[in-house]
Design a protein. Sequence first.
Length: 80
Amino acid sequence: MESEHQDLATEFPELAARISTLRVNHPHFAKRLAEFDALTAEIEHIERNDAASGSSSLEEMKKQRLALKDELYRILQSES
C-alpha cells in the first residue's frame, strides 16, 4: 500500500520558511532532517515496489520516521 509523500514542509506549510532557515543555520536540525528525508525515501521506495510492505521492519521504519518528525517539530517550536 502506497502512502502520501511525507515532506516536512508539506506537513507543516506554516513553518516552511522556518524549516529552510534551520536547515542552513542549525546543524543538528539539518542532520535530523536529512535522516528524515532519507528514511522517507526508503519507505516510499519499499511501498512503491511492494517489497515487504507488511513487514515489521517497514513498520519500525515508519515509527522511526514519526519519532524524527516529532523531534524536528519540537526544534521548530523551540527555535521560533
